[in-house]
Design a protein around this ligand. Structure first.
Ligand code: 5GP
Ligand code: MN
Length: 346
C-alpha cells in the first residue's frame, strides 16, 4: 500500500466524527466529492457530516444524505452549527479546494482545530503544508476522480468498484461529469476508465445526466439567450469574449444558484475565440465573481492569479474583483493587454 494511502487508512480508522468540507460557491465536483465521501464513511460505521461555506445548486440536492440529521450544513446561513461541527470533529477532510481561504468563514475554525486535517484536491498550487495528509494530483479530471482512485486503494474496497456504495458511486460520477463539462474538457484516460467502471458498478449514467444537466427553468434558458444575444462582447485582437451578469438581470430572470453554470463555456464554441470570461455581480454586492475558460493552448490560471485574485486550472479558473460591474470591461481589456504571450502560452 502506498504510504499516503496507509496514512489515510490509519487516520480514518482512528476517527469517528469526521467533518467533510468543500469550497465557497460549491459546484458539482464539490458537492459530489463531499457526498461521495459521506456515503463511503457511513458504510464504514463512521459519523460523517458535511459543511459547505455557501449554498449549492438545486440540481445536486438528490445527492444529499437521506438522514435529516445529516443534511448538509450551509455555513453562510447556519454559522453556529457549522463552527460547532468543526470544533467537535476528530478528523477534518477538505475536498476540491487548493487554499483554505476557499472555505471562507470556516478557515479560522479549521486552523484552530486540533483534529488532523486531510486535503484531497486536483487544483494547481495546493497548500499542501497546511494539512497532515495531502492527496493532490492535477492530472485527473476532478476531485471525484481522485477520490475514486483513492477509495479503490483502501483495504475495504480492495480495487473492486462493486464494493463502493451505489450512492457514493453516483456522487463520484456526478462530480466527474460536471467538472469535465460532460466529458468535453480535462478528460484523461483514467476518466473514461472511471466512467466505465462506475457504469459497470450500476450507476445509471443517463438518469444522472437528465437529473443534473436537464433540470433548468424556462427563465434560466431565456437568461442564457439574453446573455449570448445582448451581453456577450467580443475582443477580436485578444481572441476573447466576455459576458456580464448583473443583479438587474438576475432579478428579471428569477436567477437561482447554479443557473449560470455553463454560460462561460458558450463563447468558446465560436471559431477563433480562445478565452471566455463571465463576470457576475454578487447578489449582496461587494464584489464581482469571475469565471474564466480557455481553449487548450491558452493558460487562464495565470490570468486569474495575476489579475483576478483567484486561481484554478489551466483552462478553467475563477476569482473575484472588488470593483463595480461597469468598470469590469475596461479592467478585463487592460488585463489582457498586460498578459504576456509567455504567460498566456505557458
Ligand atoms: P468556476 O468558473 O466554475 O467558478 O471556477 C472554475 C475553477 O476555478 C474551479 O476549479 C474553481 O475551483 C476555481 N476557482 C473559482 N473561483 C476561485 C477563487 O476565487 N479562487 C481560486 N483560487 N480558485 C477559484
Ligand atoms: Mn473540481
Amino acid at each position: 500500500m502506498p504510504t499516503d494511502i496507509a496514512q489515510l487508512e490509519k487516520l480514518l480508522s482512528e476517527a469517528r466524527n469526521i467533518v467533510l468540507i468543500s469550497h465557497f460557491n460549491p459546484d458539482g465536483d464539490a458537492v459530489g466529492s463531499v457526498t461521495a465521501a459521506y456515503h463511503y464513511l457511513k458504510m464504514r460505521g463512521k459519523n460523517p457530516r458535511i459543511i459547505l461555506p455557501s449554498t449549492y445548486p438545486a440540481n445536486m440536492s438528490f445527492l444529499e444524505p437521506e438522514d435529516p440529521a445529516d443534511r448538509i450544513v450551509i455555513c453562510e446561513t447556519e454559522r453556529g452549527k457549522a463552527l460547532g461541527l468543526v470544533a467537535g470533529a476528530d478528523l477534518l477532510v477538505c475536498l476540491d479546494l487548493n487554499r483554505l481561504s476557499r472555505t471562507e468563514y470556516l478557515e479560522e475554525a479549521i486552523l484552530s482545530s486540533s483534529a488532523p486535517k486531510i486535503l484531497l484536491d486536483h487544483h494547481i498550487a495546493a497548500e499542501l503544508d497546511r494539512f497532515d495528509l495531502a492527496i493532490s494530483d492535477i492530472k485527473v479530471s476532478s476531485t471525484c476522480e481522485l477520490l475514486f482512485r483513492t477509495l479503490l486503494q483502501l483495504p475495504d474496497i480492495a480495487s473492486d468498484p462493486g464494493r463502493i456504495p451505489l450512492r457514493c458511486a453516483e456522487s463520484l460520477y456526478v462530480g466527474m461529469m460536471t467538472d469535465t463539462n460532460n466529458f468535453s474538457n480535462s478528460v484523461f484516460p483514467g476518466t473514461f476508465d472511471m466512467a466505465a467502471r462506475l457504469i459497470a458498478r450500476g450507476v445509471d449514467k443517463d438518469g444522472l445526466q437528465e437529473k443534473v444537466l436537464c433540470c433548468y427553468s424556462v427563465s434560466r434558458t431565456r437568461l442564457m439567450g439574453h446573455m449570448i444575444k445582448d451581453s456577450m462582447k467580443v475582443i477580436p485582437r485578444h481572441r476573447a469574449a466576455y459576458m456580464l451578469l448583473g443583479n438587474h438581470d438576475k432579478k428579471r430572470y428569477h436567477f437561482q444558484p447554479g443557473d449560470s453554470e455553463g454560460f462561460v463555456n458558450l463563447p468558446l464554441a465560436i471559431a477563433g475565440i480562445e478565452i471566455s470570461a463571465l463576470f457576475t455581480e454578487n447578489t449582496e454586492g461587494g464584489y464581482v465573481r469571475v469565471s474564466l475558460r480557455s481553449k487548450s493552448k491558452v493558460n487562464v490560471n495565470r490570468l486569474a492569479v495575476r489579475f483576478f485574485n483567484g486561481g484554478g486550472h489551466r483552462n478553467a479558473s475563477g476569482g473575484r474583483l472588488y470593483i463595480p460591474l461597469e468598470e469590469v470591461p475596461a479592467y478585463f481589456e487592460k488585463a489582457l493587454d498586460e498578459y504576456s504571450d509567455e504567460e498566456k502560452f505557458s
